[in-house]
Write a protein that binds this ligand. Structure first.
Ligand code: SF4
Length: 123
C-alpha cells in the first residue's frame, strides 16, 4: 500500500483524524499535502455521521483540496489504489467510483475498437 496523507488503507474503521505518514508509504507528493494534519477531521467520516453533516464536511474538505498543490497526484493515487474511504484529490469515495467506472467503460470501448482500427489501417 502506498501512503495516504490521510489514513492507512488497512484500517477498517475510519477515524476522523489522520495518522502520521510512514516514510515507506509516502510518495513524493505527500510532503506537500495541505491536509497532512487534518485536525478538523474533514477528510474521513466519523461513525454514524448524518447526511447533512457529511455533505458539509466533504464540501469543506474539497475546499482544502482546491488549494492543494498536489491535488492531481493525490486524486490519481486514490483512483489507482483505489482508496475506498474519504475525500482525496477533491473527490469523495462515491465520486471516485464514478470516475473509475467511466475509465473502465472507456478502456473497454478502446479495446473493442482496436481490432477494427488495425484492420482498417492494414487494408
Ligand atoms: S488534494 Fe486534498 S486530500 Fe489530497 S493531499 Fe491535497 S488536501 Fe489532501
Amino acid at each position: 500500500m502506498l501512503h495516504s496523507p490521510h489514513q492507512p488503507l488497512q484500517v477498517a474503521a475510519v477515524p476522523s483524524q489522520r495518522t502520521p505518514v510512514r516514510e515507506d508509504q509516502a510518495g513524493p507528493w505527500h510532503s506537500e499535502a495541505v491536509c497532512r494534519r487534518d485536525e478538523a477531521g474533514l477528510f474521513f467520516a466519523p461513525s454514524k455521521e448524518p447526511t447533512a453533516a457529511r455533505l458539509s464536511r466533504e464540501e469543506s474538505a474539497k475546499q482544502v483540496c482546491a488549494r492543494c498543490p498536489v491535488m492531481v497526484e493525490c486524486r490519481e493515487h486514490a483512483l489507482v489504489q483505489p482508496e475506498p474511504y474519504g475525500v482525496w484529490g477533491g473527490l469523495t469515495a462515491a465520486e471516485r467510483r464514478v470516475v473509475l467506472a467511466r475509465r473502465r467503460r472507456r478502456d473497454m470501448e478502446l479495446k473493442a475498437a482496436a481490432p477494427a482500427e488495425r484492420i482498417a489501417a492494414a487494408g
